[in-house]
Design a protein around this ligand. Structure first.
Ligand code: TMP
Length: 410
């Protein structure tokens, strides 16, 4: 194991609320012959009552995480393809785009799953994406990409070259950006006066409710709530005008922000904030209770898989998600308990899972070498995966999920 320095996240008065031990990068899939010097860092979460932000105490250098071999491809899920087609439709219908000079920007455009709907319609757009491999895929779909991190300098560069944006979108990206204050400034700089920021990320309220601690890994610096988002953007004059709870990634929230005089505030904003206060998302003690449930979940998973193994069951996992990296490493589930993880992402196949080194195989292997029991690493895609693999349950196979508690999905 090798440990290299991490960035201490600053600017907040954080109380340590959850310690998930030393963890590898969630997406740090390894070649079988290069497991030496694997990168590990302390995965710890803090909560700041003032800003209401739940965040990592320390994070690896983003260049360790978002590089040309970045393994996550958005378009591997049909559900997500529909999700982004719907979001593009919503943006087009909402009348956010200037009819004379429309311009849509996406932060972290991945493989172009969202922007290609604008590209296909000839609408000026730009993705800002630091990971070269996924940017290549987006460009091959006709999506324009600036291969860089989004910050004040790149916001200014985009504005100089293309003008200000009507819509800035980001999906599962904002929570990755450590310097959230600079990001808010950069968004404000790039947005037209009547423009909107629409972003969605895994929702803290769901994570706490479901003890879905697998949402916590190196890339997710923050887990947002409506309360914390309102606080972050207040200093740059952007207010929350709508929130929408989404089923994606096991429970996400879509936040829409704009400048106060330009938009009305939907009822969903005060309603959601009131519900968050009831849930205690503004209090440190809530997260102490959450930490106890997380510890129990990890113990339960280890014990269940261990018991099944002792009975001689073949156990596999479905979906080599970055999320499940936290689960396997925290609950000490490795290749002695899980034979393989199947996944449909070409760049993950043939690799080993981060930290615990379980082999990743193609989905076809799940059919050819079906286990008795399968841990649903991609539990957030449960309906899609179960409906495509009905034969598994029909032939006596059983799924296990750890959310909201460790159990068989019967
Ligand atoms: P995500 O939870 O971060 O979206 O990652 C889902 C992972 O699961 C990704 O590696 C692709 C994989 N996957 C499959 O292998 N088969 C499937 O049917 C689905 C929906 C996802």
């Amino acid at each position: 194991m090798s440990t290299q320095p991490t960035c201490r996240l600053s600017g907040n008065n954080l109380s340590l609320v959850l310690d998930l031990g030393m963890q590898p990068l969630g997406n740090g899939f390894l070649d079988p012959d290069s497991t030496d010097n694997e990168y590990f860092f302390p995965l710890q979460c803090g909560f700041d009552e003032e800003s209401r932000l739940f965040q990592l105490m320390e994070q690896p250098d983003p260049r360790m995480m978002f590089h040309d071999d970045y393994a996550f491809l958005s378009s591997t899920s049909q559900h997500m393809q529909r999700h982004f087609a719907d979001l593009a439709e919503t943006v087009l219908r909402a009348g956010y785009l200037d009819s004379q000079a429309p311009f849509v920007v996406e932060l972290g455009s991945n493989d172009g799953i969202y922007l290609r709907h604008f590209a296909e319609r000839g609408i000026p757009h730009l993705g800002v994406e630091p990971a070269g491999g996924v940017a290549d895929v987006a460009e091959s779909q006709g999506v324009a990409v600036l291969r860089d991190f989004f910050n004040l300098a790149t916001a200014q560069q985009v504005r100089d070259q293309h003008g200000a944006a009507d819509v800035i979108s980001a999906a599962n990206v904002m929570c990755h950006i450590p310097n959230i204050r600079e990001m808010a400034d950069a968004i404000s700089l790039l947005l037209k006066p009547g423009g909107v920021l629409i972003f969605e990320d895994p929702y803290l309220g769901d994570v706490v409710q479901k003890a879905s601690y697998d949402q916590i890994y190196d890339e997710h610096v923050f887990l947002f709530s409506a309360m914390s988002v309102a606080e972050i953007f207040k200093p740059v004059g952007l207010e929350l005008i709508n929130v929408e709870h989404l089923p994606t990634h096991g429970g996400s929230m879509r936040y829409t922000l704009g400048r106060p005089a330009k938009h009305s505030v939907a009822d969903s904003v005060p309603t959601t904030i009131a519900r968050e206060e009831e849930q205690g998302l503004n209090r440190t003690e809530t997260y102490s209770g959450f930490a106890l449930r997380v510890q129990q979940s990890a113990r339960d998973l280890h014990e269940l898989l261990h018991a099944l193994r002792s009975e001689g069951r073949a156990i596999a996992a479905y979906g080599a998600t970055s999320k499940s990296t936290t689960v396997y490493n925290y609950s000490e589930v490795s290749s002695d308990l899980i034979d393989y993880i199947c996944d449909n992402t070409p760049t993950k196949i043939g690799k080993l899972s981060p930290g615990v080194h379980i082999p990743i195989v193609p989905e076809a292997d799940f059919v050819e070498n079906a286990p008795d029991v399968a841990f649903l690493g991609a539990w957030n895609h449960e309906p899609e995966i179960r409906s495509r693999n009905q034969w598994f349950e029909e032939s006596g196979g059983r799924w296990i999920s750890h959310v909201p508690k460790v159990r068989f999905l019967d």
